[in-house]
Design a protein around this ligand. Structure first.
Ligand SMILES: Cc1cc2nc3c(=O)[nH]c(=O)nc-3n(C[C@H](O)[C@H](O)[C@H](O)COP(=O)(O)O)c2cc1C
Length: 370
């Protein structure tokens, strides 16, 4: 039985203060009619804190920009009614002893993977592309870029004003920020594009710098990155540690406090020719910033298999490996996704050794909020 004691220590980074090292990973649920989070969703988040995690990173939320999301049941993070609903959720989570971090989202040119037919405003993207030869969104003008930066700033300021301790920017999985990062989807010839990663990072760095300036030095900014895209698991932004540095160092410089490194399996090496460290391990060393690792903690199946076959079996065999990497200093925090969708009390049960009581993840977990 793995000891998770080392993970039950507090973590602090500027305004972000956590009781332990476990967080709920951001997971879209599409249960917000009219863009307003319901009390059922607020209770669902509170239950995960009651089950032992220190923080909830929310499902990705729409910023105040037409076409920022492509499904009409994604919760908004703008407007008095939607913000009041988020505030109620925050208060519930804090009453249970945890914190809530909104994940601010702009999908760029991507229609919604789960609801491709949902009505939505016209989409926008760096170069009208979402993948190799795959069109999506109109090409953003300089004014569009300025408008999106302003929308992200409004989202972060609203979060700060309401008392959220941090925001996370969804820079992963093929959405807007990632469409700028990736040379396949960014073919711009202005200052936001170019053959070198440094130019393609500029848009995200400008957003981060603008949020930093507006929110002040103490407000924690978390930035989520990934190599993989929802549409292409094998894609890579950085093929070497040097390229990773060109990608993440300007973001750290602009004001990112914590990097959330999204991988499908946390135990896989980011650069197999180098050593066994994952993306969180490398990013922590390169930037000197705390990192969050994620990806199949407590599961022995990958995300795609789950979507196709719909079931994954709880297992604790990866937890020794998680602890080994944590002890080595590869990352500071761990995000849990599907295990918490399936079982709000996963962490509590694992800590108590009640493995036989863990509920398996299945596609049916997506159908209700419990
Ligand atoms: C149903 C579902 C919805 C997700 N929605 C989001 C999202 O809104 N934002 C995001 O960054 N990642 C999202 N993800 C990815 C998760 O945050 C996480 O990285 C992934 O599930 C791997 O972690 P796990 O193996 O612990 O589930 C989603 C994953 C699932 C299963």
């Amino acid at each position: 039985m793995t000891s998770l004691d080392a993970f039950f220590t507090p973590f602090e980074c500027k305004s972000l203060k956590l009781a332990n090292r476990f967080m709920m990973a951001p997971m879209s649920r599409y249960f917000a009619p009219g863009g307003v989070l319901t009390q059922e969703s607020a209770d669902y988040y509170r239950r995960r804190i009651e089950g032992g995690v220190g923080a909830v990173i929310t499902e990705a939320v729409a910023i105040d920009r037409p076409g920022s999301v492509a499904a009409d049941t994604v919760p908004h993070f703008y407007g008095d009614v939607a913000l009041a609903a988020w505030d109620r959720a925050r208060i519930g989570v804090e009453a249970a002893g945890g914190v809530m971090i909104p994940q601010l989202w702009h999908v760029g040119g991507c229609t919604d993977f789960n609801f491709p037919d949902s009505p939505h405003d016209p989409l926008e993207s760096p170069s009208g592309l979402v993948g190799p030869g795959i069109e999506g969104g109109r090409v953003m003008s300089a004014d569009d870029i300025d408008g999106v930066i302003a929308s992200f700033v409004r989202g972060a300021l609203d979060a700060q004003r309401l008392g959220f301790p941090a925001v996370e920017l969804h820079g992963a999985h093929g959405y807007l920020f990632d469409q700028f990062f990736w040379d396949v989807t960014n073919q711009r010839e202005d200052r936001y594009g170019g053959p070198d990663i440094a130019s393609r990072v500029r848009f995200a760095a400008d957003v981060v710098a603008a949020i930093r300036e507006a929110t002040g030095p103490d407000f924690a900014i978390v930035f989520r990155i990934s190599q993989w895209k929802t549409y292409l698991y094998e894609a890579k932004i950085a093929t070497t540690p040097v390229e990773l540095e060109q990608w993440v160092a300007p973001l750290a410089e602009a004001g990112v406090d914590v990097f959330h490194c999204s991988e499908r399996r946390f135990w896989e090496a980011a650069f197999p020719g180098e050593d066994d460290r994952n993306l969180a391990g490398w990013t922590r060393e390169i930037t000197g910033r705390p990192t969050i690792t994620v990806g199949s903690v407590g599961l022995d199946r990958d995300l795609m298999q789950d979507f196709v076959e719909g079931q994954s079996v709880p297992t604790l065999k990866s937890l020794d490996e998680l602890a080994r990497r944590f002890d080595r200093g590869d990352f500071d925090l761990v995000a849990l996704g599907r295990v918490l969708l399936a079982d709000p009390n996963w962490l509590e049960k694992v800590r108590a050794g009640a493995v036989d009581q863990l509920k398996p993840y299945s596609k049916e977990c997506m159908d209700t909020l419990f």
